[in-house]
Design a protein around this ligand. Structure first.
Ligand code: SF4
Ligand code: SF4
Length: 275
């Protein structure tokens, strides 16, 4: 059962261009997990889907080069507004708002030449390789490669190349309770030494919990305590969610899009039930 969502609170713990870590309070786990799974499988992004080879005398078969091209992350933030939805664009090359085109022409004259993702020339400034240094193929002396690639919006559940995340996780919010009457403090410190996350410290001779959110819930501190003075548990209905983008979309955008998709699915279900 989902239960009611009341008093939901969000606190951002870490945030940069590529990842976001935030604390969510008062949310049912099933709801948060649905959002997490949608970040992996349903939030659309651009990826190369067709490659038309004009010439390829490299050591790699066309199919291998095409597969490697599909896995190059392409910027998609603006593409989400510009390109048609995955369901309508799949195998629909005639529709003008479905595909961005990326071209590459390279030749190794004397020595060897590494062809990188940064050598791709896109006809859309909003659809560019996120990383310019991904090797596509190594050309030997005199070898050439030339092709036109077409990228469209897709979803991770169709192929992992469209999944915008490299990690999407959630974990319980740790709660560590120390019974000061039972704890030996400085004269023991066994839990401090065993903790892999440096959560526990001795201060003024006493054991203190310094960085509770970093706790991995490994419970090693409980195991080594000779006096059952420490109890590791977790807060109910509170979770820490972590989303790491492949670079195709901003991390907060991924979470927002996943939440919107969940809302749409719930509304669809509701209208079907009402009908
Ligand atoms: S459960 Fe593990 S990580 Fe957490 S405080 Fe204990 S030893 Fe450290
Ligand atoms: S191992 Fe137990 S008794 Fe020793 S410092 Fe930790 S909590 Fe206190």
């Amino acid at each position: 059962m989902l239960g009611e969502v009341t008093g939901l609170k969000i606190k951002i713990l870490e945030y940069d261009d590529r990842s976001i870590r935030f604390l969510v309070e008062n949310i049912p786990l099933a709801l948060l997990n649905a959002i997490r799974r949608l970040t992996i499988s349903d939030v659309p992004s651009m990826a190369i889907d067709y490659v038309y080879f004009i010439e390829n005398s490299s050591p790699l078969y066309d199919e291998i080069v095409a597969h490697r091209l599909g896995l190059i992350p392409l910027t998609s933030d603006r593409a989400l507004e510009k390109y048609g939805p995955p369901e309508e664009c799949r195998d629909n090359e005639e529709r003008p708002d479905c595909y961005a085109r990326l071209y590459l022409e390279a030749e190794a004259s004397d020595g060897t030449k590494v062809v990188y993702s940064g050598d791709l020339v896109s006809d859309d400034e909003d659809v560019q390789p996120v990383y310019k240094n991904i090797p596509i193929v190594v050309l030997g002396p005199g070898q050439k490669i030339s092709f036109e690639a077409r990228a469209r919006l897709g979803r991770g559940r169709e192929h992992a190349k469209w999944s915008p995340v490299s990690a999407a996780t959630h974990k319980y919010v740790p709660q560590i309770i120390v019974n000061s009457e039972k704890c030996y403090g400085e004269s023991c410190a066994k839990c401090v030494n065993v903790c892999p996350k440096n959560v526990l410290k001795i201060k003024d001779g006493k054991l203190v919990v310094e960085d509770e959110l970093s706790c991995s819930l490994c419970r090693q501190c409980e195991k080594v305590c000779p006096n059952d003075a420490i109890l590791v548990s977790w807060k109910p209905s509170s979770y820490i969610m972590y989303v790491e983008s492949t670079g195709v979309l901003r991390p907060e955008r991924i979470v927002l899009e996943a939440s919107r998709i969940l809302e749409e699915k719930a509304e669809q279900l509701l209208s079907e039930l009402e009908r």
